[in-house]
Write a protein that binds this ligand. Structure first.
Ligand SMILES: [Zn+2]
Length: 339
């Protein structure tokens, strides 16, 4: 594999310490041989927060020792782990509450939404960016992850935030969505970058004017958060995800780079999309004469990773029984093919 000065990253959700041997096997047998030098580990709240036992990370949450072990394991191999902790949005699925909102229901932006509510009534809850106590608790949670992983980069999530400036929140009702979104980003930046010296990463979809670029309300914003782009620091790395074919290509890496941001475009399991998206993003940085703004290439995975799936994936090539045209088969092909 050719050495490159940009990152080739892989993302997965990971919240079960019993799967650490599988994850290590994935790293040594698939990711490293294919040049992956960064792994975005979406741990979110599945961690044993020692100073905050009220945050229930689940029965198999990772411990600080697990994190140190994983961090050392990867660093020795020239790979870095980027912990991902969902900030602002994605605080649970549907009406259910994340461990943070379960412990602190007063942080909930939509407290009147029933716990059993479903899409389309609600996609995911958010925390209230104006609650006076939320940042103090979140900073302490971030600090435990930072102490355990000793990372250089930290990913704050921030994708698909729909519950913002809710009529249910007495602090935010009638507020400006872009300003509230920017406040949440800047509050996290103040701690992660200004206080702890790490480079912050976030998903970029809420910063895209969906109408202008012809995206839907998942891939871009249709509610007014996109104007937050002018209100946040330029040294945040934006992860611009696009998973499907588009006739007119992918204009947003250029748009973000032109605004001064480093961009890591992100694909999923479609090889043709990955090739085109990455090529366009690289060309955009070259056209702007700032090749360093092309931060790297991110391959995301959105399947559940249990023991069987890890083993199927790790042994994809040697097992003829596996369907190479399945989502996992195609994901493997992307990892192998993208340089
Ligand atoms: Zn609020």
């Amino acid at each position: 594999m050719e050495n490159c000065d940009y990152k080739k990253a892989f993302h997965l959700r990971f919240g079960d310490r019993r799967l650490i041997p599988d994850l290590k096997e994935l790293i040594t047998k698939v990711l490293l041989p294919n040049g992956i030098n960064m792994i975005i580990l979406e741990i979110d709240k599945a961690f044993v927060f020692e100073k905050h036992p009220e945050i229930d990370g689940g029965p198999h949450a990772l411990t600080a020792d697990d994190a140190k072990d994983l961090s050392q394991f990867t660093k020795e191999k020239g790979m870095e782990i980027v912990p991902l902790f969902q900030c602002l949005g994605h605080q649970g699925w549907g009406g259910s509450r994340s461990a943070l909102l379960t412990a602190y229901p007063e942080f909930d932006e939509t407290p009147e939404t029933p716990l059993n509510a479903e899409w389309p009534e609600i996609f995911c809850r958010s925390w209230c960016p104006q609650h006076p106590d939320v940042n103090k608790i979140v900073y302490e949670l971030l600090d435990e992850l930072i102490a355990a992983f000793s990372p250089t980069y930290f990913h704050i999530g921030m994708d698909e935030v729909y519950e913002i400036a809710s009529d249910q929140c007495e602090r935010c009702r009638g507020g400006n969505r872009a300003e509230l979104f920017a406040k949440a980003v800047n509050d996290m930046y103040a701690h992660i970058t200004e206080q702890r010296g790490l480079t912050m990463m976030m998903w970029a979809d809420r910063l895209i004017d969906a109408k202008k670029f012809g995206y839907d309300n998942w891939e871009g914003d249709t509610f007014g958060t996109y104007e937050a782009l002018d209100k946040i620091p330029r040294d945040i790395v934006l992860l611009d995800w696009h998973y499907d074919e588009r006739e007119n290509g992918y204009p947003t890496p250029y748009f973000f780079m032109e605004a001064g941001f480093s961009v890591m475009p992100a694909c999923w399991f479609k090889l043709n999309v990955a090739k085109q998206l990455f090529a366009e993003a690289k060309a955009a940085a070259e056209e702007l004469n700032q090749p360093e703004l092309f931060f790297g290439k991110l391959i995301t995975s959105w399947n559940g990773w249990n023991h069987e799936v890890f083993q199927e994936f790790i042994h994809m090539k040697e097992m003829s029984s596996i369907d190479k045209n399945s989502e996992l088969g195609r994901l493997y092909e992307v990892i192998e093919t993208i340089e």
